[in-house]
Design a protein around this ligand. Structure first.
Ligand SMILES: [Zn+2]
Ligand SMILES: [Zn+2]
Length: 340
């Protein structure tokens, strides 16, 4: 049987359905797994996403995009392909795309995480014949601690800095990571300040029913109170004039890459918190096994290592070359350059 999904110059293409999944060049019909900049781009004719992701996509791509929201698990048919979206546990509104055509099922994962958290619907394994998996942290060295232990570490660090009269600054991606950290902060320690890149997204999360502690903009806080504050800011704010107002501060970076000592040194921060919105190695393996798919196609990340490993355990594995990036490291959406 011919492959249901192939790579074209515009992006991953569902052949019988005649639509794209997270295309990197403008197309007529795009199914979007989630609103990170490398997966959700401007300029497509029609967008389809999980219903819970519509607000985020509009806030990032423009209120006037043509977008349909599909509830998780609901089915629609497009050119004979039955499409449904299933929770990916990555960020608010993230979905895996299930495509069924003439009895054959393919699932494209987008980005996913298997550990549940408070900011999005938990990952749901979907049985399929072919599973297209990401591999951002597809090396056996990547193993995450439970998120509560990371939140405990962040709160302890913040409490200590506050007691010593020093502001705490955490650099984290504005969409997803920032809200995940917020969900674990203890607001009794001090004020929680959010950079202007993250605050509009906090609003969409709250409107979507996600409980986050109260946050303020830096202009709303007395200078003296900043000494006990925690600040969530995008990595691009590091070294910018915006940072000057915090005086003597301790800083940290929150990312799965912080598991690597060298990555923290390159960031030049005081602390690294190993917190990722992607599956770690055991998580990837668990998720792949749960699909029961005999065939696995690996995208962005550690493609050769994962492919070799999956072949060793008897799966028909190969890779797809894509233009998806690394949402753990950088801000990519231009709308987030604003520094308010
Ligand atoms: Zn992502
Ligand atoms: Zn990705």
């Amino acid at each position: 049987m011919a492959d249901m999904v192939v790579v074209r110059k515009e992006g991953l293409y569902c052949v019988p359905g005649n639509f794209y999944i997270d295309p990197w060049r403008p197309v007529d019909r795009a199914v979007i797994t989630h609103a990170h900049g490398d997966h959700a781009r401007m300029g497509h004719g029609h967008y389809l996403s999980a219903a819970s992701g519509v607000g985020i996509l509009k806030s990032r791509l423009g209120q006037d995009i043509h977008i349909d929201g599909l509830e998780y698990g609901a089915r629609i048919e497009h050119n004979g392909v039955t499409i449904s979206l299933h929770p990916a546990g990555h960020v608010l509104g993230s979905a895996q795309v299930r495509m069924e055509h003439k009895g054959e099922v393919w699932v494209a994962s987008g980005d996913y995480k298997v550990e549940p958290d408070r900011t999005c619907v938990p990952f749901e394994p979907v049985k399929c014949d072919t599973f297209i998996t990401e591999s951002t942290f597809g090396l056996p060295i990547y193993r995450w601690d439970p998120e509560q232990s990371i939140f405990d570490d962040i709160n302890a660090w913040w409490r200590k800095n506050a007691a010593e009269g020093r502001c705490s600054v955490v650099f984290a991606y504005s969409f997803g990571k920032a809200q995940r950290i917020l969900s674990g902060l203890d607001p009794s320690i001090g004020p929680i300040v959010c950079h202007g890149a993250a605050e509009p997204l906090n609003r969409v999360y709250r409107e979507g029913g996600v409980a986050l502690p109260p946050t303020v903009m830096v202009t709303d806080v007395e200078k003296a109170a900043l000494k006990s504050a925690i600040v969530i800011a995008p990595p691009s704010a590091a070294g910018s004039p915006w940072m000057k107002r915090f005086g003597d501060y301790s800083d940290a970076f929150a990312s799965g890459w912080m598991q690597l000592r060298g990555a923290r040194r390159r960031r030049g921060v005081d602390r690294g918190f190993v917190l990722s919105d992607h599956a770690d190695w055991p998580g990837l393996m668990t998720a792949i096994r749960a699909t029961e798919a005999p065939r696995v196609i690996v995208t962005h990340g550690s493609i050769p290592v994962m492919v070799r490993w999956l072949r060793q355990v008897g799966l028909d594995a190969s890779g797809f070359d894509t233009e998806y990036g690394d949402d753990e490291a950088e801000e990519k959406a231009p709308a987030e350059a604003a520094n308010a």
